[in-house]
Design a protein around this ligand. Structure first.
Ligand code: RP5
Length: 159
């Protein structure tokens, strides 16, 4: 396994599924589990130690509201943490976004857009591509296909 996906509640599942789907498409092994910074802090700490011992190289952490999960994880490990802010309530995800992106130094969390689980996985794969040529090859091929598809749809449209 190279990537661990962790998210704060079963209610986050639809967003985090988008990350898992991208990892599957790019053939990157991952684990996924629900763990909470405020509901299961001790278990979360133990789990991060286990993930380190298993050689996990990137963690994708999704949470909503006052989303402490990614920052808490980042405080426990040097494994890079990519946060996915989730729109779980009345502030449209801005609460979670700011909770992650405003991490005080020197404990950063790399943050993608609100509900953008897919981008977290693409970024995780780019980190892994620095070390794994096969992942890099698949990313290059994916981007080439994306570009060709886009160019194939740039004919004039009627508006
Ligand atoms: C956060 O609170 C979770 O990540 C979720 O986005 C939000 C709401 O959780 P539930 O009340 O649905 O379990 O901890």
């Amino acid at each position: 396994m190279k990537v661990a996906i962790i998210f704060g509640s079963p209610s986050d599942t639809p967003i985090m599924k988008k990350a898992a789907q991208v990892l599957r498409e790019l053939e990157v092994d991952y684990t996924a589990q629900v763990l909470s910074a405020h509901r299961t802090p001790e278990l979360l700490q133990e789990t991060i130690k286990e993930l380190e011992s298993h050689g996990i190289e990137v963690i994708i952490a999704g949470a909503g509201l006052a989303a402490h999960l990614p920052g808490f994880i980042a405080s426990l490990t040097l494994i890079p943490v990519i946060g996915v802010p989730i729109n779980s309530g009345g502030l449209g995800g801005m609460d979670a976004l700011l909770s992650m992106v405003q991490m005080p130094r020197p404990i950063p969390v790399a943050v993608v857009g609100v509900d953008n689980g897919a981008n977290a996985a693409y970024l995780a794969c780019q980190v892994l591509a620095l070390k794994y040529p096969d992942v890099k090859e698949r990313l290059v091929a994916f981007r080439a296909t994306m570009k060709a598809d886009f160019v194939g749809n740039t004919e004039q449209v009627e508006l």
